[in-house]
Design a protein around this ligand. Structure first.
Ligand code: C2E
Ligand code: MG
Ligand code: MG
Ligand code: MG
Length: 281
């Protein structure tokens, strides 16, 4: 009896694995055409000062509208893009598009704001990474000071020596750096202080229950204190309620981003929102 149950479990497991592999192959095949078929777009989520709610910038987030499958979430296709290496071409497109759109908004009367772009480990490791970023700035005409790159702890910790070298070059170009999803990956604080970082982003998982979970609260407040003592600004992500905002603000969190203020917006909607909140003088 036990033996046949075990075999059934194995069969279920094998069937699941097979389905996952098939789905990945399907995503991979479709993703190969996503850029040339114009299926990718960026949405922009505004970021704000925690104390005054003035906009400070936007984070560019990738969206994929497949003609028959509909909207495919970045959590499903970014890992596939990373494993296959397609993230390099997609990442180049994201970088150039984000720089162009912010430049376009400024040309149309928006007071200059920062635009943050997510960068994968795989992109960071490329020997031509700095040239690619410089190329996007040159081609778009966006000042380097308005670009921020978001990288994760894990992606810099893969090879800290190499990462320091690349990030120092990025910093010297005038581009700012944020550590994304802080607290969810493995990182060494000793290394962290060696990186030319401007922002730490507190992961949404610590913000979600900050009103009730004392451990999450300790991690969030501890991160703010740590970041400030290292001279870094803190952005909390995933702020959904006024109580979460108040706790973060009262404890010195510098900037906030989340559904309480705005969901990620299409380019046109983001321009209208920011222009109304933050007109040029
Ligand atoms: P992330 O960089 O940590 O981005 C924040 C995610 O949280 C976004 O999900 C955003 O829509 C969501 N979010 C923001 N505020 C709230 C909130 O108040 N409540 C809740 N529940 N969620 C909120 P999204 O757009 O699905 O992106 C997921 C992840 O995919 C990103 O996490 C990032 O790691 C990755 N990603 C997105 N665009 C790119 C890209 O262009 N390049 C790379 N390499 N990764 C990207
Ligand atoms: Mg991010
Ligand atoms: Mg994040
Ligand atoms: Mg996150």
């Amino acid at each position: 009896h036990a033996k046949s149950a075990g075999r059934n479990n194995y069969q279920f497991f094998a069937a699941d694995m097979n389905q996952i592999a098939t789905e990945r192959l399907d995503i991979e095949r479709k993703l190969r055409h996503a850029i040339s078929r114009n299926e990718l777009a960026l949405v922009y989520q505004p970021q704000f000062r925690a104390d005054s709610s003035r906009p400070t910038g936007v984070e560019a987030l990738l969206r994929w509208h497949h003609p028959t499958d509909g909207m495919i979430s970045p959590d499903r296709f970014i890992p596939v893009a990373e494993e296959t290496g397609m993230i390099v071409e997609i990442g180049d497109w994201v970088m150039l598009t984000a720089c162009r759109e912010m430049k376009h908004w400024i040309d149309n009367g928006l007071k200059p704001l920062r635009v943050a772009v997510n960068v994968s480990a795989r992109q960071l490791r490329r020997r031509d990474f700095c040239e690619t970023v410089a190329g996007a700035l040159a081609e778009s005409g966006l000042p380097a000071e308005l670009l921020e790159l978001e990288i994760t702890e894990s992606s810099v910790m893969e090879n800290p020596q190499e990462a320091i070298h690349i990030l120092e070059r990025i910093g010297r170009m005038g581009i700012s750096l944020a550590i994304d999803d802080f607290g969810t990956g493995y990182s060494s604080l000793a290394y962290l202080k060696l990186f030319p970082i401007d922002h730490l982003k507190i992961d949404r998982s610590f913000v979600r229950d900050i009103e009730h979970d004392l451990n999450d609260r300790a991690i969030a407040f501890g991160t703010i204190a740590l970041a400030h003592s290292l001279g870094l600004n803190v952005i909390a992500e995933g702020v959904e309620t006024a109580d979460q905002l108040e706790l973060l603000r009262a404890n010195g969190c510098d900037e906030v981003q989340g559904y309480l203020f705005s969901k990620p917006l299409t380019s046109g909607a983001a321009f209208a929102f920011l222009h109304a909140a933050h007109p040029a003088e």
